[in-house]
Write a protein that binds this ligand. Structure first.
Ligand SMILES: Nc1ncnc2c1ncn2[C@@H]1O[C@H](COP(=O)(O)OP(=O)(O)O)[C@@H](O)[C@H]1O
Ligand SMILES: [Mg+2]
Length: 248
């Protein structure tokens, strides 16, 4: 039997009058890559943030790697955050730090390696995203695609068991987006991480996701392989695929 690493049970979350999640269930097994699809504003980012405890649900339970996330306070989540990486929509690098300092940050913060060992690990991480030798540059000196790759390298710094990606290719030109998509596909084959991916890019979904779940009016109205979703999904899901991914 496959091991469940992420489990959301009847999760609800409202902001003021808006019921964003309305009793959501989701299970992700070890090694799976699940894409969360849905219109803009449907609650995809809220779902991701709920998974790693950046947001706590109003109702329901969230369990990740055996941690009862929805019952823990911020401090108790630190050990979990070392095992679950969150790749933010805009990368979120520290502008005042070099690439090397950005990559060293999580490693030193969690005392994974001694200072002497850090440069080797930084070089190794940059090689994984095909950006060797840019340690001394600042984020402002990088292109948008390079920044995304450095953010991806930083997300890999602690050898996470789970990676949560929020729109990893949104806002990039098609060629750069393709490069990032290829990188993610390669990393998944190579590292065997479990991941949840929020994206509008159908081509990325088709290449990396074993399963898609579709968020609509606060619930997942579909769960299945991308090839099936496009053909046999409910109207809303088929329309989304037919439109090539909808509004970003
Ligand atoms: N921290 C917050 N405070 C108030 N409203 C929020 C917050 N986060 C998200 N929302 C609202 O929840 C809804 C879903 O947001 P989000 O999950 O970011 O959508 P998306 O599917 O585009 O990622 C939106 O209407 C958004 O305005
Ligand atoms: Mg979002």
């Amino acid at each position: 039997m496959s091991e469940t690493l992420i489990e959301l049970r009847a999760v609800s979350k409202a902001f003021g009058e808006a019921q964003v999640l309305d009793g959501v269930d989701l299970e992700v097994a070890r090694g799976e890559t699940v894409a969360i699809l849905g219109a803009s504003g449907s609650g995809k980012t809220v779902t991701l943030k709920t998974i790693n405890g950046l947001l706590s649900p109003d109702q329901g339970s969230v369990e990740v790697l055996g941690f009862p996330v929805s019952e823990l306070e911020e401090r108790a989540l630190v050990p979990l955050r070392q095992r679950v990486s969150y790749l933010f929509q805009w990368g979120a690098l520290f502008d005042s730090m070099t690439v090397a300092e950005n990559l060293a940050f999580p490693i030193l913060e969690h005392r994974r390696l001694s200072r002497e060992e850090v440069p080797n690990r930084v070089a190794e991480l940059l090689a994984m995203v095909q950006l060797e030798g840019i340690e001394a540059l600042y984020p402002a000196e990088l292109s948008g695609g390079m920044r995304k790759r450095v953010a991806l390298a930083r997300a890999l710094a602690l050898n996470p068991e789970i990676i949560l990606y929020d729109e990893p290719t949104t806002g990039l030109d098609p060629v750069t987006a393709r490069t990032i998509a290829q990188l993610i596909v390669g990393l998944h084959r190579h590292l065997g991480v479990t991941s949840v991916l929020v994206t509008h890019e159908i081509s990325l979904v088709n290449r990396v996701a074993g399963r898609v779940v579709f968020l609509h009016e606060g619930r997942f109205i579909y769960s299945g392989p991308p090839s099936d979703a496009a053909v046999n999904g409910p109207d809303t899901v088929r329309e989304f695929f037919a439109a090539g991914g909808g509004d970003a």
